[in-house]
Design a protein around this ligand. Structure first.
Ligand code: IPM
Ligand code: MN
Length: 354
């Protein structure tokens, strides 16, 4: 019997459903060519459901998601819903409850894609950010006193545990070894100011490094990393960092690789259920217009297959995306692709089978 993976699909809000449809089209083409199958279960979470019922993520859904092989997410964010509600109630809740402690964000410039960095090309921009995804400033620790008064006090604490830091760093070293590129890993921190949290990170980093003698280690403060990502992106192979810094530097990463039209990410629990998403958001003003670029969702699908161990199928998707970028799609921006969302999916699905 054919191997079948159970995939939960959450198209979400705005243009999420449009790009997810193209992601699935391409995933199915890759699966068919490599001889396995994907069985999808739709979950219509997001702004519309919340507005209608007040539900964001019912508990029984979380239970069902635990039984899946993976989750494929479109986008969360609705113009009528106050920012933070859906993000916290859905995206962050799933990351925490499913213990997806890695946020994996490849930053790769493909041939034919324009980067805002002058004199940099695909050979210069090819690295991966491993962001800790379950602790740090995202833990929700802290509190507020005397809210709304002149004496208000707001505290938001960054929680860093030895266990959480070590498992993230270990994942990054393993990833670096497997990636087998420059064999270099950079810790991104702020040891000159955040002397408690990044002391833990730094000690753990160099302790784990001893187990990987073939991997070169490097350290840079987060502010400097921002500078080097623009000036010398070719220095990086794998960057490992905490949740907040990782959030910030991966948006910068998305821009230098050509923008949100192509940037994908994975929320990974290496021992459990992971979730893959285009990182660009729901782009509500383009909803239903078939102008948004589905490549980020398609690349999220590629990352999903890679994580499921279907590396050949994932490789097919990457090859197909590269071909479409080189030969067909010159501008990644919404409405400027020269193709509809669905045509881009058709094109890439056809290349996947070649
Ligand atoms: C991301 C997003 C999320 C984050 C938001 C939507 C909560 O920006 O995945 O990078 O901050 O992690
Ligand atoms: Mn972000």
């Amino acid at each position: 019997m054919k191997k079948t993976y159970k995939i939960a699909v959450m198209p979400g809000d705005g243009t999420g459903p449009e790009v997810v449809a193209e992601g699935i089209k391409v995933l199915d083409a890759a699966a068919a060519t490599e001889g396995f199958a994907l069985e999808y279960t739709d979950y219509n979470m997001g702004g519309e459901l919340y507005k209608k019922t007040g539900d964001i993520l019912p508990d029984h859904v979380v239970g069902e998601l635990r039984q899946m092989d993976s989750i494929f997410l479109g986008a969360i964010g609705h113009p009528d819903v106050k920012p933070g509600i859906l993000e916290k109630g859905l995206l962050l809740r799933l990351r925490f409850e499913l213990d997806q402690y890695i946020n994996l964000r490849p930053v790769k410039l493909y041939e034919g894609v324009t980067t805002p960095l002058a004199n940099k090309g695909p050979e210069d921009i090819d690295f991966v950010v491993v962001r800790e995804n379950s602790e740090g400033l995202y833990s929700g620790a802290g509190g507020v006193l005397k809210r709304g008064t002149p004496d208000e006090v707001a505290v938001q604490e960054s929680i860093n545990t030895r266990k959480g830091v070590e498992r993230c760093i270990r994942y990054a070293f393993e990833y670096c070894r497997k990636r087998n590129k420059n064999k270099k890993i950079t810790l991104c921190g702020k040891t000159n100011v955040l002397t408690y949290a990044f002391d833990l990170w730094e000690r753990t980093f160099y302790e784990v490094a001893e187990e990987y003698p073939e991997i070169e280690t490097d350290y840079a403060h987060v502010d400097a990393i921002c500078m080097w990502m623009v000036k010398n992106p070719e220095w990086f192979d794998v960057i490992v960092t905490d949740n907040m810094f990782g959030d910030i530097i991966t948006d910068l990463g998305a821009m230098i690789q050509g923008g949100m039209g192509i940037a994908a990410g994975g929320n990974i629990n290496p021992e459990g259920v992971s979730m893959f998403e285009p990182i660009g958001g729901s782009a509500p003003r383009y909803t239903g217009m078939q102008v948004i670029n589905p490549m980020a969702a398609i690349c999220a699908g590629q990352l999903m297959l890679e994580t499921l161990g279907e590396e050949k199928a994932a490789g097919r998707i990457e090859k197909a995306v590269k071909k479409a970028l080189k030969d067909d799609i010159k501008d990644l921006a919404a409405g400027k692709m020269g193709y509809t969302t669905s045509e881009v999916g058709d094109l890439i699905a056809a290349y996947v089978k070649d």
